[in-house]
Design a protein around this ligand. Structure first.
Ligand code: B12
Length: 332
């Protein structure tokens, strides 16, 4: 059977979660995307036009199936009393790790089954979660993440569109029940109702925002330098979830033990050799350094004090240095 053959190969290249579905989307899905857009609650990082998000035939003519994969990434727990990057930004950028696996699958589909296929991970018009949901990879949590049985929501998603017909798997209905701990635990109330995130409020988005941050946004960022995991950390399903053994996602020490002086003074070359290789790198050095200053301000930490103070003349950092000094009680 085609499906078993693909699964067997996927397991061989380290993919534990793989599922299949047709390429049609429900009207409900389009409506949900539209609701978010009309309410102005999209982040701006995703394709805005909901019809482009479902127009699979313009990506691959004669498309018949989706193949979705999920790859676990939580390798460690983090100390939030220090400035930190979220668990999805540790180790090598997941776009690279998943694309390597998807490329192998694409070659396999071509060589073994004569099929054409195109793959995506994160970037592009497709909605990775809805495809994973359709392919039975896992269920939607109220925090909008897709949950697998073994690794909880700490999985990255990617998919192939292929012209091969593959017997579909079935979606799994949400198992959240009456639990709403993720909704209650979000410090900014970004999950405005079950399965509905206002991306503009989400702290993950705020850490990635290039525009000048408001006082309230800065306060709420806490010790985050990039991303936010709170709605996943508090989830009872994730408490039981297993850790990932994928070596690529194991962080190096510079990635988790942030050395303040070094982080604030690193050259472009040093940045390229370290943080740019992670999934936080695309936002650039300045945004991450800005967030570190805000994190230290919120922690009322004097680590790197002289360096930070010296940035008050810098056109970009000045505003954030003033916030830092204000939090330390030195700028009134
Ligand atoms: C834009 C984006 C963001 C934005 C907006 C997130 C969001 N929830 O929309 C921001 C910057 C905030 C963000 C944050 C994060 N992201 Co992000 N992001 C994306 C991106 C590029 C597009 C998502 C999108 O289209 N959102 C638009 C809205 C409409 O979709 P949605 O919230 O997912 O809503 C769906 C459900 O809620 C559902 N729904 C609503 N009501 C109901 C009711 C029922 C009954 C059901 C069944 C479903 C349902 O409807 C929507 C469509 O199905 C995807 C990659 C991709 N191309 O798909 C990654 C992606 C979603 N992100 C991912 C990750 C890892 C994260 C973070 C954990 C990173 C971090 N640590 O900071 C956080 C999680 C925050 C959160 N709770 O969502 C993973 C998620 C993996 C997973 N297991 O689900 C993805 C899939 C990337 C990847 N390829 O692995 N992200």
């Amino acid at each position: 059977m085609i499906k078993e053959k693909i699964k067997e190969y996927a397991n061989k290249i380290g993919i534990e979660y793989i599922g299949f579905s047709s390429v049609e989307f429900s009207f409900d899905f389009i409506e949900r995307l539209k609701e978010r857009r009309l309410n102005g609650h999209l982040s701006g990082f995703e394709e805005k036009d909901e019809f482009k998000r479902v127009d699979v035939s313009s990506i691959l003519s004669n498309a018949k199936s989706f193949i979705s994969i999920a790859v676990p990434y939580r390798t460690v727990d983090l100390d939030y009393s220090r400035p930190y990057l979220s668990k999805s930004s540790l180790g090598i950028d997941y776009h690279i790790v998943l694309k390597n696996k998807l490329e192998l699958l694409k070659v396999f589909l071509k060589e073994e089954l004569g099929a054409e296929s195109i793959y995506f991970c994160d970037i592009g018009p497709l909605h990775d979660r809805e495809i994973a949901y359709k392919c039975g990879i896992g269920f939607y949590g109220k925090n909008t993440n897709i949950y697998t049985k073994k690794y909880g929501s700490f999985v990255f998603l990617g998919e192939l569109i292929t012209d091969l017909y593959i017997e579909p798997d079935y979606p799994i209905e949400s198992k959240c029940g009456s639990c709403d701990i993720c909704i209650k635990s979000c410090p900014v109330g970004a999950i405005e109702k079950p399965f509905y995130l206002n991306s503009k409020k989400c702290l993950s988005f705020i850490t990635q925002k290039k525009e000048t941050l408001t006082y309230d946004e800065m306060i709420k960022m806490g010790s985050r330098i990039y991303g936010c995991d709170i709605c996943q950390d508090v989830c009872p399903f994730n408490k039981k979830a297993e850790y990932s053994n994928i070596v690529d996602f194991k962080p190096e020490s510079w990635n988790i033990n942030i050395e303040v002086e070094r982080f604030l003074t690193m050259s472009n070359k040093q940045f390229k050799e370290t943080f740019q290789k992670t999934s936080a790198g695309w936002r650039g050095k300045k945004v991450l350094q800005r967030n570190l200053i805000i994190a230290l301000a919120n922690l009322k930490s004097k680590e790197g004090y002289n360096k930070i103070k010296s940035l008050i003349e810098d056109e970009y950092f000045s505003y954030y240095v003033k916030y830092y000094l204000n939090r330390l009680g030195e700028f009134k």
